[in-house]
Design a protein around this ligand. Structure first.
Ligand SMILES: *Cc1c(COP(=O)(O)O)cnc(C)c1O
Length: 354
């Protein structure tokens, strides 16, 4: 039987186990479905699609609507099937054989995974003990590896930590110094107090990626984008497959942008609920990390993390088991759900730990 490329044969796929449980707090989805009006609008839109025609290849309306949201033109917006496809296209364009991507662990596993898939060498630095980005370490990795692409993730998955503006600016200067591109993955950007979107400008090697999956209650739609310099967006458009964004998805995104106030209200509710969940967690024997996202990382102090994970599953509550990930020994990550879901989780956890 034919074998895949050697590096692929050695690779493990990306796994995020899904179990049948009543409370699912493991993949950072929104606990609320999208607005009912949006679902109705989309249903009507299905009938209006010219199904025998290819979709608008340039996704002009959608890019203009996203650009308007962020105060930039459509030519500064690149849209794809989830922000993972955005990241893949960035690495297909600026990574590849003979080039290097840099990450600082612990961070989102897909950055390194997609780098490897695209034949890009990976330079792995470490975050500081509190999981903040350590600029001396950034300087070391960027100086040694001279990466073509460097990834920050703010808020960082799985730690929840937000990189401050000074850190992003300093990292950008270092990456620019080796003619690299800085990607700031802001999949959870709307939950955080500030965004690197304001630093994007023509001539600056910075792109900021976002997704409809988390904040916009649309994980099923698979829609993500980046905002960056026109020169970068033009190159990405050359690399991505033609007509990769189907007509219905383009409409789904445009229609969602008619409900920004409702989406913002959801974010505000989740941020408030995050405060409540963290306050209750802090009363339990667990270590809790500060979060600017819609999830919280914590480490049970009295019972082994993997054991806690299993006992939560036994009570039909699913959280992300990070307990065997490097530097996250014993840690679990819980997505902010509805108040009722969070109470079920907290009551179960309290029962297990006390
Ligand atoms: C969830 C996630 C993504 C990917 O989201 P898509 O569903 O592909 O848009 C990207 N980056 C981070 C950090 C994430 O947590």
């Amino acid at each position: 039987m034919i074998r895949p490329r050697d590096d692929v044969a050695l690779m493990e796929g990306y796994h995020s186990p899904q179990l049948e449980v009543s409370v699912r707090l493991n993949t950072n989805e929104s606990p609320e479905p999208p607005p009912a009006e949006w679902v109705g609008e989309l249903a009507r839109a299905v009938e209006a699609v010219d199904w025998h025609r290819y979709p608008d290849r340039a996704a002009t309306r959608l890019r203009a609507a996203i650009g308007a949201l962020h105060g930039v033109g459509p030519e500064q917006v690149f849209v794809a099937n989830g922000s993972n496809e955005v990241l893949q296209t960035v690495l297909l364009t600026y990574g590849g054989p003979g080039r290097t991507a840099a990450v600082w662990e612990p961070t989102y596993a897909l950055h390194g995974h997609i780098a490897r898939l695209t034949g890009t060498a990976l330079a792995e630095g470490e975050r500081a003990a509190d999981f903040s980005v350590d600029l001396d370490e950034v300087r070391r990795v960027v100086g040694d590896a001279r990466p073509s692409v460097a990834f920050l993730c703010s808020p960082n998955n799985p730690t929840g930590m937000v990189d401050d503006e000074a850190t992003v600016r300093a990292t950008l200067a270092l990456v620019e110094g080796v003619d690299g591109l800085l990607v700031v993955d802001e999949a959870y950007g709307q939950f955080a107090p500030w965004s690197a979107l304001g630093l994007v400008a023509d001539g600056v090697p910075l792109v900021v990626s976002r997704t409809f999956s988390k904040t916009w209650s649309m994980a099923a739609a698979r829609l993500g984008y980046l905002v960056g310099p026109v020169e970068v967006v033009d190159e990405l458009e050359k690399v991505v497959l033609p007509y990769h964004l189907d007509a219905l998805k383009q409409l789904a995104g445009c229609l969602a942008l008619g409900h920004v106030a409702e989406m913002d209200a959801r974010v505000a509710r989740l941020v408030e609920e995050r405060g409540r969940l963290v306050a209750r967690l802090s009363e339990l024997p667990v270590e809790v990390w500060p979060s600017g996202a819609n999830f919280v990382l914590f480490r049970p102090a009295t019972v082994d993390g993997a054991d806690v994970w299993q006992r939560l599953v036994d009570r039909s509550v699913l959280v992300r088991n990070c307990s065997s990930w490097p530097r996250l020994e014993g840690c679990l990550r819980v997505t902010i759900g509805t108040p009722a879901e969070d109470d079920t989780f907290l009551d179960a956890l309290e029962e297990i730990l006390t």
